[in-house]
Design a protein around this ligand. Structure first.
Ligand SMILES: *Cc1c(COP(=O)(O)O)cnc(C)c1O
Length: 395
């Protein structure tokens, strides 16, 4: 017996649900890649990317996922043997650092914890010890999609300033751009990167990088530059150089539509919508946690992301069975626990094209699954979520 006819709902942190308008925007012939329309499409997207990152710097679009954009960043500002500092708060900054290691960069990890965000004071203390300025760049994620941690990027930026350290400040906004405020220039960020398939509601396949002048200066002498990723190559006047070859025309149509939708809603409202829906999820998880088996992975409420919630599940209970129930019986795909949380957690994504019925439906299905599988949980999670949303979205 199943109740899953109709659309499967992806509550995974990427790829996320694409709006019908975004899907339809791709259903047309390609543009002549040498036409004015193509140039205008690119120029508009590069300009709007800068608006999303909130920078007066430069932006780049790569045919790549987030892993590709990571390499784009590293290769443009580092040389073999350079040292970087990775700020751990889960899996993703670590993985960015692993790419750097493979490229011949020396990586030091500022040890964190899967259950909390980066501590800015620890960053400052470590940087103060680096009196010779050996650390060339600091890499961190705004939201760690594995742990569900939300890092205080402006506070980390202030810590770097307080230590009077010269390293480039490089931030991964893959799981937060277009969902939570991001202020590249105001927060002292030198390089930021993201990708298309999470908050930006577009198919996987586009990686984005934004860069300020300080990073472009460092770039001039970077030894790891390769033609495909190279910013200087992409700064060339011929349009096709902006993509180092054929433009990903249909993905760009999709992105254009997604940006138009974000700006039409208004970024402030987009951010508020994410906060409200995240808080809705957290009210359900808090109630379920009273059963002593489920718990928030991130312990401090202020450090929980508005885009994904990682829920731990105690010994003797298998998140895979809950995920399988939700998917196979009810058509809701939950995120898997990854890294150290593999087999110990599941994730509920609430990023991008999400609304109240999607989120309340997902919570309802989780609760159905918990009941059907006999996983102990506090009663009334979905109802607590509904009550909270009703109080906070006024008539
Ligand atoms: C998903 C994700 C990535 C990796 O992106 P891919 O497109 O899967 O390569 C990097 N960083 C964060 C924070 C992510 O959530």
């Amino acid at each position: 017996m199943v109740v899953r006819a109709g659309r499967e709902f992806l509550a995974i942190p990427g790829p996320t649900t694409m709006p019908d308008e975004v899907l339809q925007a791709m259903h047309r012939p390609a543009l002549d890649i040498y036409s004015d329309a193509m140039v205008q499409l690119t120029d508009g997207l590069l300009r709007d990317l800068k608006r999303l990152f909130a920078t007066k710097g430069h932006s780049y679009i790569y045919i790549a996922n987030g892993h590709g954009a990571w390499e784009a960043v590293l290769s443009n500002v580092l040389s073999r043997g350079d040292k970087i500092l990775v700020l751990e708060s889960g899996r993703f900054a670590i993985n960015w650092g692993n790419a750097a290691t493979a490229m011949g960069v020396e990586v030091e990890v500022l040890k964190g914890d899967i259950r909390r965000a980066v501590r800015p004071a620890e960053v400052e203390a470590r940087l103060r010890q680096d009196t010779e300025g050996k650390i060339k760049a600091i890499v961190v994620v705004q939201v760690d999609t594995a742990s569900g941690a939300f890092n205080d990027i402006p506070a980390i930026g202030r810590a770097i300033k307080a230590a009077k350290h010269n390293a480039l400040f490089m931030v991964d906004a893959v799981a937060s751009l277009g969902c939570m405020p991001f202020e590249m220039d105001a927060w002292g960020i030198d390089v930021a990167m993201s990708a298309s398939q999470k908050g930006l509601m577009t198919p996987p396949g586009l990686g984005f990088v934004a860069v300020n002048d300080r990073a472009r200066e460092v770039h001039k002498t970077a030894g790891l530059r390769t033609p495909y990723w190279d910013w200087s190559e992409r700064d060339g006047v011929e349009h096709y150089r902006k993509y180092a070859g054929t433009a990903p025309v249909h993905l760009l149509f999709a992105l254009r539509q997604a940006f138009d939708m974000l700006f039409a809603e208004g970024l402030d409202n987009v951010f508020l919508r994410h906060r409200l829906l995240a808080e809705t999820v957290r009210h359900a998880v808090a109630a379920w946690s009273e059963g002593q088996v489920l718990s928030f992975n991130i312990e401090a409420p202020a450090e929980r992301a508005n885009t994904v919630t990682t829920v731990r599940i105690g010994e003797g209970h298998d998140p895979a069975s809950l995920q399988a129930y939700c998917k196979d019986k009810c058509g809701v795909v939950l995120g898997t626990g990854i890294g150290d949380l593999s087999g110990r957690a599941f994730r509920i994504a609430h990023m991008g094209h999400v609304n109240a019925p999607m989120i309340l439906g997902t919570l309802g299905v989780v609760e159905v699954g918990l009941a059907a599988l006999g996983i102990p949980h506090g009663r009334g999670g979905t109802s607590a979520a509904i009550d909270w949303l009703g109080h906070n979205v006024s008539a």
